[in-house]
Design a protein around this ligand. Sequence first.
Ligand SMILES: [Zn+2]
Length: 388
Amino acid sequence: MYHFRVEVRTGNVYRGALASSRLLWHVEIVERERAGRRNMSLSERVAPLLSVGASLAWKAVPSVRLSGRSVGRFVFPPTTNHTFVPAAMLSRRHFLQTLGMAMAAAPAASSLFRRVPFAEDTSDGFTALRRGVGIFRKQGGTIGWLIRDGALVVVDTQSPKTAPDCWTGLRDRTEEALDFVINTHHHGDHTGGNGVFAEYTDRIIAHENVPSLMRAAAEDEANSVYPTETFETTVSEQVGDETITLRYHGPAHTGGDATIHFEKANVVHVGDLVFNRAYPFIDVQGGADSRNWISELETIHDQFDDDTIFIHGHANPEFGPTGGREDLLVMRDFLSALNEYVLQQRQAGASLKEMKQKTAFEGFEAFNFDWALSLSACIEAVYREQTG
Ligand SMILES: [Zn+2]
């Protein structure tokens, strides 16, 4: 069994194993260059790693497992002459040279390695995760979906512009009737497409604070489509052979955030409780409470296990909108650092303007990327919270 670390020029990080009948290769792949990635198949994206060696050409590997999940047969593009060298066939010296070449190609890569629940995304924005649960990404908050025999459920609806594409994609995948829609919270980038789905179901479920928060925030109230059913602390729904449980843990990102647990799939949509390695929106006007948010993330972390896949409302593209429960603790630690910073600055007599000069927190530099929300907005929100 050999460990390889190889850079591939696209944008994500994959970790896994290439298996043949006789050899199992552990491979860590760092995608670097995002341009053009959308329409590339997994084979095309991973192919450059195969230029590492030069003595034995493999036409195909029986299976590829990434993060312990099989993603199916891996076939090298026939038009390119990729070769991969099983270390067993090389001298030790040559193997180390080959490995060294691979390592040299990815000098800063090790800090990026992490567990990635992997499934191939498609050019229409759909990614299957596990047991009929998946995500749709286009613009705004990540949409979650469930497709099973006798079940079709949608979590969040993005915008009137992108919701029709989501519906079209769902219809390509199933003919089941839409059971209901769930809103993780009231924000327009999660509820804006409610009207599109309301044509196919009478049921939109959300926490009981969502309708009033939506009304208060609505720019275009006449065209907003509100939840038709609400819950207080928790509610469960049986759909097909899946059980979906919604929970409310108190104010956090807003005053009405729900987590959506697909129990048998062990997948949880946490809405905007996680901005994965991205500066979050702390909606003080909309009932947010960043201190409670911190303890809530810990509660949710402890509620699930290491196999649980989490769907995040928003994400730094380098880290992606799905992950494991450790991502919740990164969000928690950022919110803690933020609260401590503002408190310390206030105690030291700094003005809000002075506090907002801060450009990054140590250990959270990854949050600085081309993104709509800023650290200074986070600082201001927590300042408003602390000073009432
Ligand atoms: Zn939000």
